[in-house]
Write a new protein. Sequence first.
Lengths: 509, 372
Amino acid sequence: MTDQPLAVELTDITKTFPGVIANEDVNLAVGAGEIHAIVGENGAGKSTLMKILYGMQAPDEGTIHVRGETVHFKTPKDAIAKGIGMVHQHFMLADNLTVLENIVLGDEPTRGAQIDFSAGSDKIREIGKTYGMEIDPGALVEALTVGERQRTEIVKVLYRGARILILDEPTAVLVPQEVDELFANLREMKSEGETVIFISHHLDEVLAIADSITVMRAGRTVATVSPDDVDAKQLAELMVGSELPTPETTESTVTDAVELAVEGLTVLSDDGRKLLDDITFDIHRGEIVGIAGVEGNGQAELTDALMGILPTSSGSVVFRGDNIAAWSTKRRREDGIGIIPADRHRQGLLLQSPLWENAMLGHQTVKPFSRGPWIDRAGARERTQDVIDRFDVKTPGPDTVALALSGGNQQKLIVGKEMIADPYVLVASQPTRGIDVGAQAAIWDELRDARKEGLAVLLISADLEELIGLSDRLLVIYSGKIVADLDPQTVTPEELGSYMTGVGVEAAS
Amino acid sequence: MNIRKILLSLLAPASALVFALIVASLALWAVGRNPFDAFSSMWDFATTSTSVASIINRAIPLYISAVAVAVGFQMGLFNIGVEGQYLIAALFAGWVGGNIGLWQPLHITVVILVAILVGAIWAGIAGFLKITRGVHEVISTIMLNFIAFSVIAYFLLNWFRDDPTSLNLKTPVFPESGRIPDLNWLFTALGFTEPKGIALQGFLIVAIGIGVFYYLLVKRTRFGFELRASGMNPGAARLSGVAPKRMVLTTMLISGGIAGMVGLSTMFGNLYSYTQDFPRNFGFTGIAVALLGRNSAVGMALGALLFGFMERSALILDLEDTPKEVVQIMQGVVVLAVVIAYEVVNRMIERREVKAAAEATRSLEAREEVAA
């Protein structure tokens, strides 16, 4: 193995985006036939680096060698031609096609003018046998479990001849049992001589599977270590730099006053499916109720229903004693329901507009942003400056356009403008997603302080540490239903994981 | 910093104009004319008082039409139906104006209100179809144009014509009280010679008022903010409390109301009735002017004047035996070039802002570190 050239070698890679340095002087050396993990916080630059290696983005500086050969990828096609394959975190499969159709899509084996499906399915079976990843080529993708879908993605990449596989957070969507299966598959692939690059921020998994680990922090590679030499704590320190932020709420501030009471809330899709199914919970003054769940299990619908965007088909939402089912979004906002949207670019910001207009968004109907039908520019700027000062938004001033700010500062502005309006209830959806550790800690502090002041928070998050650390109560949403009501003080990640994937539900019923 | 920003934003239209001149020069040269001679005779011809009045008269309906389109553009709504809206509005306004006799300011106001109302209703149909049935406004407004043309022909032939025996179909002519006096005195007041054989239309004042209204509406009111927010990020606008359906309908009504006034400058200042050969195409050219002016109140005014200038100066080319289609080439090229140039310049501005913000942030952080 020693005389073999490195499977992948990235040297001094630098990549900048407007306002952000995604990668700076990144070096990565992956030996052939090894499982190489890349770990780092959200926004550390892992995904950008992998996109560069997969030809989705070109680096500003630096060189890429694949098996000793210098390459310049313009598109993923070039990378595939060099035997590099990528399995994305979000699967790219067509639900209404079979496994076979999905796998051959874009690379169909033909006999004459016809697609040779039998050749395709033979090859899939062969790949399955070689790597221990049996999968039924005729199965419809929509009928597959998440683990099987992922396997389909991996087989698809192998089918195209990949010898170097990039897996982007492959375990994020899996239940523990599926993770074990995946790891068995990866070991099988390794024994067949494939190289695997494995992105994760689950340190235990990384230590369990990887042959070597590269740690990224703030766009740089800070260390490459062997799993034998470090433990999870040391890795975490490398990742974060100093110490782990511990989102821990202190003594309970929960009061008896119910600020928001949701009862039997049901939302139907256009074709009559239950998007939300009989959701019931209360949030008290000074309480943070956490909603855990794998994305796409009704979180977006819950936010939309609470904000009056999605019509409810039955059940009630009572806000401070009033049934608000018939209230418009505008009225809900004016009367004190704040919202931190899950996707700040799609729902939270006007990127081309100055910060003061962004701070106004959602509060444009009230003082100090407007007087009657007129915008109060001076009032809006002043209020925005307050937000900037109080929430430590790093910006030249309220007239800077939103897109010039880093994600963390954009998010601080969003959180700040909602908090400064003193809402009674705050729906906080992924409040710290994709932002740096410092901004995350600041937002956690703000949420904790507001809770102390009596704010009722619905915290919807994919970050378990955030949920466990901040919540007074933890609800788990699975396929539109609340399936568990847990105490964050005693819950284990395993327990939570099984409810989130529906395993716990089946076991319990 | 601000001066640089202004200079940067002037860079786009200026470079587009230069590019259009180059293309037009090539076209002129191809038909065997010296471009410099042609341009200088265009310029000499178009800077006489008479020509200036003519240019402004041409610009007025174009400007109003552009504003009507721009209101929709602000929220990503494409009102392609200004053409039909202004023609049908002009028909009804002309009929009403020719059948009443009131105190002059009242008479004029009534005619304007009728035009606004009819234009708003016609555009409102498209808005209504969009929010109730999801019909795309491009389709419905284009279709409504054709329906408008037929409706106009029907009404003019059967109901609104002043003289059933005349072959010249038109609504009754406005009495003196329904006409807006010309503004030719402006030229003498400013020390220029008075235009000959042409009247600078008094409706200019209303057009300027429409521009001011548009600016205030879009930039200074809550509605305008919600309108722009809906255009930039519908998801964010909705979450901020904007009701999207009501927004679509209101915007269509405002756009149509403004569109209704496109034909009025001609009506009040020149024809005094709706005639079978009432000037057309302002609706479509208005789209180009809105693009040219980037939906800005002042930008569209300059764009409308530029179009007016090009159309006017084309006349001299005709007299000099040069195909005046060269001007149409210029109009097309200048719109395309402006769209591209703005995109390029916007990216430059964006990059500068991002860099400035990054630098400021860094110096903030540095200061904090020193303090700590």
